[in-house]
Design a protein around this ligand. Structure first.
Ligand code: C2E
Ligand code: CA
Ligand code: CA
Length: 386
């Protein structure tokens, strides 16, 4: 029997030789033989630019027995077939990746305790590049050895995978887990998003998770957004990514689109169809150096062998953390994200990167703020001239 507890369902308590357990075992063996598992996908939306940026893949099993996916995964675990089931999911996901629309990613749910399973390790290794794959990890139970987990993630990250912490703020995905893993994406649990618009404690918790994510340079995603008023509050709080029934349910369409009404109201509010200024016109060239090369005079960005920024070298603050943004990021959202950084880093320049995170240049905070002020002055100064 697995020692883990699921937040959705209680552990199967039936003995493993009961009729119920035997029918589950047969059902899971059938899935492992290649029958009865499909992956639905649910869009992940960048609400600043009103654009689908990725899709979470969610397992759908055809019964009997009829049950939600987490129940299937729990039963698989009791028969030690959980990792094998993850392998099936990863295999299907990698095939689906070939058809992904440009500039989008796929997220896959993986049990962190399976990361050292040799079949899973080999499946990931055989994929070669893991670009555009985000691995969602949920902490179902206390993890004793975070260092070991970080080690297991290294080859995946080196192959291009990004890491997401799933269900953050749920009580399972604790802060220690978040800081130890330094994920690229923090998915805030639906329980915190549900009625976040009329619950001050939830608002404060979402803000706190946003601040922590900013500190570790991770993106924040709000899960399970069902109501427009929740979306409004999240937008005002500067949460950049959203997923939920309001925008799209999980679906077998390749690839599902989002609710057109929700999309157009988003576009209107975010001004993505207007000419809202982006970082593109504020980027300045900057000196770059490799990590162990001699220190150069003035400001420079320390880069790795792929030209990706590691940290900032500024005379008054060596080793400042990098906030890396694309030139298409709007000035407004760049300011919001910059302000989520620690007080020490908050006023450091932003590093502008291309789609493969190579260093393009820097944007100084003073220029960013001047641009925001000009933008806000825009309509009134226009009126004054007429
Ligand atoms: P999760 O990873 O937290 O997945 C999000 C769940 O929330 C999904 O349920 C999704 O359909 C649902 N959801 C999305 N938006 C909304 C919303 O606006 N409102 C509500 N009420 N729900 C929403 P689903 O597909 O039933 O999956 C349940 C859980 O099963 C997942 O939770 C995950 O823990 C597990 N699971 C699903 N697929 C996989 C998989 O391929 N591998 C593994 N290891 N676990 C999986
Ligand atoms: Ca998930
Ligand atoms: Ca989740």
């Amino acid at each position: 029997m697995s020692k883990r507890a699921s937040r959705h369902v209680s552990l199967p308590t039936t003995p493993n030789d009961s009729d119920e357990a035997l029918s589950w075992r047969r059902a899971i063996e059938r899935v492992l033989s290649g029958i009865g598992l499909r992956l639905a996908s649910q869009p992940i939306v960048d609400i600043v630019h009103a654009r689908v940026v990725g899709y979470e893949l969610l397992a759908r099993f055809s019964g009997p027995p009829e049950a939600p996916p987490d129940v299937w995964f729990r039963w698989a675990e009791t028969f030690d077939m959980g990792a094998a089931l993850d392998v099936r999911v990863v295999t299907i996901a990698l095939a689906m990746r070939q058809h992904l629309p440009p500039d989008t990613f796929l997220t896959i749910n993986i049990d962190p305790l399976h990361l050292n399973d040799v079949r899973l390790v080999e499946t990931f290794a055989a994929a070669g590049s893991l670009e555009r794959i985000v691995i969602e990890l949920t902490e179902h139970s206390a993890i004793d050895d975070y260092d070991a987990m970080v080690e297991l993630l290294k080859p995946l990250r080196a192959a291009g995978a990004k890491i997401a912490i799933d269900d953050a703020g749920s009580g399972y995905a604790g802060l220690r887990w978040l800081l130890a893993l330094s994920p690229d994406l923090v998915k805030i649990d639906r329980a915190l998003i549900d009625h976040v618009d009329d619950d001050e404690i939830k608002t404060a918790l979402v803000e706190m998770l946003g601040a922590i994510a900013g500190r570790i340079d991770a993106w924040v995603l709000a899960e399970g957004v069902e109501r427009a008023s929740e979306l409004d509050v999240l937008m005002r709080m500067g949460v950049p990514l959203v997923q939920g029934y309001l925008l799209a349910r999980p679906s077998f369409d390749i690839w599902p689109t989002i609710n057109v009404d929700a999309l157009s109201s988003l576009a209107l509010r975010s001004g993505s169809e207007s000419t809202e200024p982006t970082l593109a016109h504020l980027v300045e060239t900057v000196n770059k150096r490799r990590e162990h090369a001699a220190v150069v005079q003035g400001m420079c960005v320390v880069v790795d062998e792929l030209d990706q920024p590691l940290f900032l070298d500024i005379p008054e603050s060596r080793g400042a953390r990098v906030l890396a943004l694309r030139p298409t990021e709007t000035v407004r959202s760049a300011v919001e994200r910059a302000m989520l950084r620690t007080p020490a880093d908050r006023w450091q320049p932003i590093v502008c990167v291309n789609e493969v995170r190579q260093t393009l240049g820097i944007v100084r905070m003073e220029r960013l703020i001047q641009s925001l002020v000009r933008e806000n002055d825009g309509p009134s100064s226009g009126l004054a001239e007429t």
